[in-house]
Design a protein. Structure first.
Length: 128
């Protein structure tokens, strides 16, 4: 079987992307395990977060579920405030450094997901 240069490039990007996705999951779980109480203390008045608080009793998956809500509140704050899912005061008081890290983590995860979809389309339609 002969492997072309295009196939090697696709394989390289796929492997790097999968490593990035596992890194994303690991960092997300790190935030869930170490920073959850801090994040919840700053978002006491956000309905989208407080409604998911009972999920914390479900263990790591419940913490991840709450972390996703926190990420949504911090990533698109105007929309969440407009639909009534967040408090502007809580978002303004949230630590800037942690907020930047969470937003960066969210967009890097979305970028990796987009890259994975593009690679799948390239392979499916045999563009290379």
């Amino acid at each position: 079987m002969i492997v072309s240069a295009g196939d090697k490039i696709i394989a390289f990007f796929a492997v790097v992307n999968f490593i990035g996705i596992f890194f994303y999951i690991g960092v997300s779980y790190y935030f869930c395990l170490t920073k959850m109480n801090l994040m919840l203390s700053y978002l006491k008045n956000c309905p989208s977060v407080t409604l998911r608080r009972p999920s914390l009793a479900l263990g790591l998956s419940g913490k991840f579920y709450v972390f996703i809500a926190i990420t949504a509140v911090l990533t698109v704050p105007r929309r969440m405030i407009r639909i009534g899912g967040a408090s502007a005061e809580d978002i303004a008081n949230f630590p800037t450094d942690l907020r930047r890290k969470i937003i960066w983590l969210h967009w890097s995860g979305m970028t990796m997901l987009l890259i994975l979809c593009v690679l799948a389309l390239i392979v499916e339609f045999e563009l290379i």
